[in-house]
Design a protein around this ligand. Structure first.
Ligand SMILES: Cc1ncc(C[n+]2csc(CCOP(=O)(O)OP(=O)(O)O)c2C)c(N)n1
Ligand SMILES: [Mg+2]
Length: 362
């Protein structure tokens, strides 16, 4: 038998891991490599989280239009990736999210009002990061990746079995911080999952202009960690891939890069006009692969979801949205002067000057 090329076992499969197809039909995963279809109760948890997450996302988008939120980067279309990543972990594991990942935070059980505090213009992330094992949502691309590796490395040194998952976008994989974090984690076998939501765009830059790699999952092999490709609109596949990577990390076998293939249905944020750089047919094609409809169809067909349960979940989602509308304005208004308060112990001359300018303007 010919010897395999070195690193061949680290390469992603040809087809992304998938358990449920776009029409909600079960598919036999190709080489699932130990990734197992989640149990029915887990899928029902995922369904609830998807429906609540979708409703939260729509509500947040409305709040921006009403002028009650400064900005909102929508996760519409990416809910299966965000929900699957959270449900594939333990509550004691850490996550390092980006601005895109509000649905992941809601799935973690963080109060939706606190999730949106930052997006009202407050310097504080709103929630207690330690209590929720959730770092503040990060806007500078990939800067959270080395932090995630640091927390993972520390956990390993302390003999804990905590796993750390860093959320990243496709565009963020071009950043130097991504490279440094990947390299350090692989060399030191840090218990980290690099979870890349490939939503095909970095604002207006399409994936083809972002990288010449065969796929983002292929980048893993250059660092010496496995690259896993997963259908990011199939929540079952995402949960399974994350759980498998977490088990591997907990056993001391090091990091995994997961590329979740998904799509951002809305514009980058409310400040972006996506019709300027992508075609309506493309968006329509991805709407057909909707992650919420897909799991719903599967559960209905499998006899796991009846009308009563579906109605109860929909009601819960409405309650979450109504509660968010009621309470979002109760927070203290953001205080612009505080922007400068926690930068340096001794503010620089430049910062003092800027603070004075703001104070004058306010
Ligand atoms: C270091 C850095 N450079 C540039 C930006 C401006 N910026 C904000 S979002 C974004 C695109 C990121 O795309 P991607 O990583 O694919 O994430 P997505 O928004 O698609 O979830 C850019 C360039 C930034 N936030 N940080
Ligand atoms: Mg992107």
């Amino acid at each position: 038998m010919a010897a395999k090329k070195p690193g061949a076992d680290l390469l992603p499969d040809r087809e992304p891991l998938r358990f449920i197809d776009a029409d909600g039909r079960p598919v036999k995963p190709g080489k699932s490599g130990g990734a197992a279809m989640p149990a029915p109760e887990r899928l029902l948890d995922a369904h609830r989280a998807l429906v609540v997450g979708r409703r939260f996302d729509r509500q947040a988008t409305s709040l921006v239009k009403q002028g009650r939120l400064a900005v909102y980067p929508s996760a519409h279309g990416q809910e299966a990736s965000e929900v699957g990543a959270i449900l594939g972990l333990r509550d004691t594991d850490w996550i390092f999210p980006t601005y895109r990942d509000s649905v992941a935070l809601v799935t973690r059980g963080i109060d939706p009002v606190e999730v949106l505090t930052l997006l009202r213009g407050d310097w504080h992330c709103g929630y207690d990061p330690v209590a929720h094992r959730t770092a503040p949502q990060c806007t500078p691309l990939a800067t959270q990746a080395p932090h995630a590796v640091g927390v993972g490395h520390a956990a390993r040194l302390k003999g804990e079995d905590t796993v750390v998952l860093a959320f990243l976008g496709d565009g963020a994989t071009s950043e130097g911080d991504f490279h440094e974090a990947m390299n350090f984690a692989a060399v030191f076998k840090s218990p980290v999952i690099f979870f890349v939501q490939n939503n095909k765009y970095a604002i207006s830059v399409p994936l083809a202009r972002q990288t010449a790699a065969p796929s983002l999952a292929h980048k893993a092999v250059g660092y010496g960690m496995p690259g896993v490709s997963v259908d990011g609109n199939d929540v079952a596949a995402v949960m399974a891939a994350v759980t498998r990577a977490a088990d591997r990390a907990r056993k001391g076998k090091g990091p995994t890069l997961i590329e979740a293939h998904t799509y951002r249905i809305e514009a980058h944020t409310n400040a972006d006009d996506a019709t300027r750089y992508r075609a309506d047919d493309e968006v329509a094609e991805w709407r057909r692969r909707d992650p919420v409809d897909r799991l719903t169809a599967y559960l209905r067909e499998a006899g796991l979801l009846d009308d009563a349960r579906a109605a109860a979940v929909a009601e819960e989602a409405e309650r979450v949205a109504a509660d968010l509308r009621d309470r979002i304005d109760d927070q203290r208004p953001p205080a612009p002067a505080e922007l400068f308060a926690h930068v340096y112990a001794e503010p620089t001359a430049q910062l003092r000057e800027q603070a004075a300018l703001i104070a004058e303007e306010v």
